[in-house]
Design a protein around this ligand. Structure first.
Ligand SMILES: Nc1ncnc2c1ncn2[C@@H]1O[C@H](COP(=O)(O)OP(=O)(O)O)[C@@H](O)[C@H]1O
Ligand SMILES: [Mg+2]
Length: 299
């Protein structure tokens, strides 16, 4: 169990990246969902002991993370958002090297570990190939393998699916769900499907604050009966925004489908829409930044 209490961080340039963040994160996959700039990476780096907050506390399994960073590091695996080391060395050679750095001195123990990790992330057949030639999906799977050295009880993966194609994403999801069975795994993402598919618990971060938290299905159920949709012409959108709480717009077959939130039927030809996690996400962001700031996505 990871307890994060009242963490705040303001950068020297005045940006308040984290504003009194409090969350309890149990064993299993936890999704931290938020748009670019929400503060996800700042929070991930803070938990990973790479930077200090201005105030607050973090406790993991009895370890006071901010006071005892070395103890936390022994049980931490971390895949940073900008994991960018792809040298001409082979996947196998690099993992072996990283295992040495993590203190695994026995050569035979390392060989066994590296083999097992390469099998687990499905890179064993390309273990002799240079990392420099790996695809995005292969790199991210390699990133997971390096994060798993030492069998960490806390694994932090920061936006690992950004830039993966759909097939790679599915493969990566399967890998993460296996890994998340017996440890705390925090997955940060701006992609709603990552959380919907993978995470039994989640939080939405916006402007450095937790704006929603809980079980995805429960959060979705709370919006039941309150989401309405209608296909309109592009030219009607501005007026629609003035009259309703538009949380998102989708292009579908050349028309604009708007989703609005309303406790009762807004009339005007709107029909009830069974809410999805995406509606929860956009509704939460809309509460934080109202007035015509609805998100637009193509579908
Ligand atoms: N080292 C830094 N110095 C100043 N501002 C930063 C720094 N790192 C991040 N920020 C700012 O803090 C906010 C949160 O950034 P970040 O934690 O990277 O969010 P996310 O990972 O959700 O995109 C952004 O406004 C970003 O520009
Ligand atoms: Mg980030």
């Amino acid at each position: 169990m990871l307890s994060i209490s009242s963490i705040s961080k303001t950068y020297p340039n005045g940006v308040r990246a984290l504003d009194d963040v409090t969350i309890e994160i149990p064993v299993g996959m936890f999704g931290l969902l938020g748009p670019n700039g929400a503060g996800k990476s700042t929070l991930m780096r803070t938990i990973a002991t790479l930077q200090q907050p201005d105030s607050g506390n973090i406790v993991f399994d009895g370890i006071d993370v901010l006071a005892e960073p070395d103890r936390l590091r022994r049980t931490l695996g971390y895949l940073p958002q900008d994991f960018g080391v792809y040298p001409r060395i082979s996947a196998e050679g690099m993992l072996d090297h990283l295992a040495v750095l993590k203190g695994i001195v026995s050569k035979s123990e390392r060989k066994q570990l590296v083999d097992a990790l390469l099998q687990q992330v499905n890179l064993h057949s390309v273990r002799k190939k240079a990392l420099a030639g790996f695809s995005g999906g292969m790199r991210q799977r390699f990133g997971i393998a390096q994060a798993l050295i030492g069998d960490p009880k806390l694994l932090i993966v920061d936006e690992p699916t950004a830039g993966l194609d759909p097939e790679e994403r599915v493969r990566f999801h399967n890998l993460l769900s296996e890994i998340g069975e017996d440890r705390v795994v925090i997955l940060s993402t701006h992609i709603v499907e990552d959380v919907a598919d993978l995470c039994p618990r989640m939080a939405i971060l916006a402007n450095g604050q937790i704006v929603r938290e809980g079980v995805p299905q429960t959060l979705t159920a709370e919006l039941e009966g309150k989401v309405w949709r209608k296909a309109i012409d592009r030219g009607e959108l501005a007026q629609c925004r003035e009259r309703h709480r538009v949380i998102s717009t989708h292009l579908r077959a050349g028309r604009t489908v708007v989703h609005v939130v309303d406790d009762s039927d807004p009339g005007e030809g709107f029909e009830r829409h069974s809410p999805m996690l995406e509606d929860v996400y956009f509704a939460s962001l809309h509460e934080k930044t109202p007035a015509g700031n609805a998100r637009t996505t193509a579908a």
